[in-house]
Each structure stands twice: as C-alpha cells, then as structure tokens.
Design a protein around this ligand. Structure first.
Ligand code: PRP
Ligand code: ZN
Length: 298
C-alpha cells in the first residue's frame, strides 16, 4: 500500500516564503530545500511542499491540487471571494491565522495631491492588483473610479501617469515612501493564514492535516511565551505570584539547604518586560531567568 502524503502550497519567493518555511521547520518538518523544485519531499513527515506564486495558492487549494496552503488573507479574498458570498470564500476553509505577514491593502495618492476624502476619488483612475477587493469597497462607498489592473509594480503607476492613485499592499510603508505616495484609506488588513479545501478528504489525509495543525498550534502558542525561573523568600511567594503576568499556577520548588527560600517556575503567556522584572526583584526575587519556549503542547 502506498503511504498517504499531503501536499502543501507555499509562496515560492516573496514576503511570506521565509516565514512559511521557518514555521514548518519549527514544526520539526525538514525538507531538502531547493527553491527551483516544484515539489519538495519532506523527510520526517508525510508532506510534499509545492512552491508556487502566492496568487495561485487559493486556486490550487480550492481545486484540490494541494490539500493545504499558506497564503495572505489579501490574496485569498481577491482570488476566491467571487466564488462565495461575502467575505469567506465558500470552497476554502481557513484553519489558522498564523500571526505573520501582517500588512494592509490601502489606497495611496501622490503626496503633492490634496486628499479631501473618498468622494474626491470619483472619476479618477486607480491602479491595483486587487480589482475585486477595491471594486467591492468602492461600490459600498458609492464611489465610481476607473480601475486600472496591473499585476505588479503598482507604485510607479502615478509617476507614469497611468493612474491618479494606487491601491496596494503596505507593510513597512517604505515602498510608498520611496515613490512619493501617501496612504489615505485602508480597505483591508491581512496576515498569513493556513487554508484547506472545505470538501472532506480521505481519513488518512485528514489525520495528517490534523497532526500538522496541532504542531502549528504548539509553535504558535509558544510564540511570545517565556519560561521564567527565580529564587525567592518562601514568605513572598504570594506577592510574587501576583506580579507574574497571567500565568497558570507557578511551580514552587524547595531549594536544597535553604529552608526559607524556594525556586518559582512559571510559563508566561507573553513576553516578560523589564518592568515586571523590576517588580519581582522588589518583591525579593533573585537570579531571575527568562527563557524562550519552543513548543507548548496542551
Ligand atoms: C507588496 C506591495 C509592495 C510591498 C509593500 O508586495 O506590492 O510592493 O509589498 O511593502 P512595504 O510597505 O514594506 O514597502 P509583495 O511583497 O506582497 O509581493 P506581491 O504582491 O507581488 O506578491
Ligand atoms: Zn503575489
């Protein structure tokens, strides 16, 4: 019997590629990394990685060419919302928000143009690679423009007099900045998501998707979490537990040869800030160690 494997689509190159690969690596999924290969066979997990243009990922997953994929919500909306009703594309399910690839889709105008609100865009030309999302937004706002569809380098359209404004992704803002453009309206915020086809798959495939999702959860949960350890006077344990940010019951461990001091260990669900450290010290804690957590399996 042949082994069941799942196929995952990720971006071949661009903003999401590295973070997608590093998420998989943190899940313990190791593959011979060859960017020019269409399919990369992972070694210790029944997964084949398909490296493609991000714009094609929703369609690959929708049609079952790939079982799952990592893609920006922006691309998902643009490519598939026509297939469903309203926001969520009907044939693709979002399994997880992945917490990276944050960006927004915004309208930007040349800096020297006085922007007086959405209605002043009436009758202008707006260049974008997101005609579906932009069109829907403008219709809802009752603004009518000429959408100029471009597949890339949208930011140079105003300088080329191809358009009066643009609607494009903004992450750090440096692309707009270096092209003399100013962001005036945000129409969508986005991050990377894990998607799968909504239709049921064979149970062996489902089982692998579940296993991968659980590993991803472990990595995401670990995210900003920290493990914090310190020694403290036994009499101050209550005070110290009150300072620790939102943790489940910390462990209190005796210290050999010190009757009035204990070690306190806890998982902090968020980064431990300097100010928390100062308060712990003031409450009598010493030898405070804060270490990153790789995985949390519930
Ligand atoms: C987006 C967008 C801009 C850039 C903005 O492209 O088209 O070029 O990122 O980022 P910044 O605000 O940090 O300068 P992306 O890398 O997503 O590529 P793609 O849309 O062509 O796939
Ligand atoms: Zn793209």
């Amino acid at each position: 019997m042949s082994e069941t494997r799942i196929r995952m689509a990720i971006q071949k190159s661009g903003r999401l590629n590295q973070r997608s690969v590093s998420l998989l690596e943190k899940c313990g999924i190791d593959f011979p990394w060859r960017q020019n290969m269409l399919l990369n066979r992972c070694r210790d997990f029944p997964l084949d990685l398909m490296l493609v243009r991000d714009d094609d990922i929703p369609e690959y997953v929708r049609t079952g060419v790939c079982d799952i994929g990592i893609v920006g919500q922006n691309v998902l909306e643009e490519k598939l919302s026509g297939h469903g009703h309203g926001e969520a594309p009907a044939e693709v399910a979002v399994l997880r928000e992945l917490g990276f690839g944050h960006c927004r889709l915004s309208i930007a105008v040349p800096k020297d143009r006085d922007y007086g609100g959405l209605e002043t865009l009436n009758g202008t030309r707006i260049a974008t690679s997101y005609p579906v999302i932009l069109g829907r937004f403008l219709r809802a706002s009752d603004v009518s423009v000429d959408i100029v569809e471009l597949s890339g380098s949208v930011e140079i359209a105003p300088a080329l007099k191809v358009a009066d404004a643009i609607c494009d992704l903004v992450s750090s803002g440096s692309t707009l900045q270096s092209n003399g453009l100013e962001e005036v309206e945000t129409i969508l915020t986005s991050q990377a998501v894990l998607i799968r086809a909504r239709n049921g798959a064979p149970s062996a495939t489902e089982e692998i998707i579940d296993r991968l999702s659980r590993r991803i959860d472990g990595v995401l949960r670990a995210g900003k979490s920290k493990y914090i350890m310190m020694n403290a006077p036994a009499s101050r344990v209550d005070d110290i537990c009150e300072i620790l940010p939102g943790m489940e019951s910390p462990s209190v461990v005796p210290l050999v040869g010190q009757r009035d001091r204990v070690a306190i260990h806890a998982v902090a669900p968020e980064d431990v800030f300097w100010d928390t450290m100062d308060r712990l010290k003031a409450a009598g804690a010493a030898s405070i160690l804060v270490v990153p957590i790789e995985k949390i399996i519930a």
